[in-house]
Design a protein. Structure first.
Length: 230
């Protein structure tokens, strides 16, 4: 398999309540993005990494993260768009003439990816064309309108969706080119679903959280110590 990873990391981290862009927020004294990229760097399946950066921060990411932490697979740091969707599309366009089997898209703010998850997601995409990662929800989920419950959803049919999301190259390019400008989508798989392509889901990890709020950052510090024995 020839796999390229796109890492959307253009978030400003406003909900974290920090002035620092999210890629540079520290987890156990390490920039968040450096932890994410290190896992992709260490995966034998990943041949190239494209990082989508906050506007004006390309040079800083190259120096303080890519160079400092020896992430040699990073070939480009592309300035992000106004949305995650636009950021991913810009990265996809930079890859359309390259010879890759699969494109793996993983949030820069999910630092606790594992090489095993990468392997299983890529194998799933190679077999089914589209494969994403998620975990079954643990809590009861209710639909609410105007502050009142309208219905209780069947928990055994609900999954919390994560990244990585992996697709055959031609498929994800086709989905983005056709639907990118037509609507706002929750994730990359949503565009592929619009092509009436079935998307395979595999079990990820409850540690594979996205760092969005101050509470997430507290939890991330704990998870980092558990994983790294520190």
């Amino acid at each position: 398999m020839k796999v390229v990873a796109i890492v959307p990391a253009a978030g400003k981290g406003a909900r974290l309540g920090r002035n620092t862009p999210k890629p540079f927020v520290l987890i156990n004294k390490r920039p968040l993005l450096s932890i994410t990229l290190k896992v992709l760097q260490d995966s034998a399946l990943i041949k190239e990494i494209i990082v989508v950066c906050p506007q004006g921060y390309q040079d800083r990411i190259k120096t303080e993260i890519v160079k400092r932490y020896k992430i040699t697979k990073v070939s480009q740091c592309i300035e992000g768009g106004v949305s995650r969707q636009e950021s991913v599309y810009k990265a996809l366009l930079s890859l359309q003439n390259k010879d890759y089997d699969l494109i793996l898209i993983h949030d820069g703010a999910r630092p606790f990816l594992t090489k095993e998850i990468i392997k299983r997601a890529c194998r799933g995409a190679l077999k089914f064309s589209a494969c994403i990662v998620g975990v079954p929800v643990k809590d009861t989920i209710k639909e609410v309108e105007l502050g009142c419950i309208t219905r209780t959803l069947k928990r055994n049919a609900l999954w919390q969706i994560q990244t990585p999301q992996v697709f055959k190259k031609d498929l994800i390019l086709k989905a983005y080119k056709r639907f990118y400008h037509k609507d706002n989508f929750n994730d990359d798989a949503s565009l592929v679903e619009k092509l009436n392509v079935k998307v395979r889901i595999i079990v990820g990890s409850y540690y594979n959280i996205k760092i969005t709020t101050p509470d997430d950052l507290i939890l991330a510090q704990k998870i980092y110590k558990i994983i790294n024995g520190k």
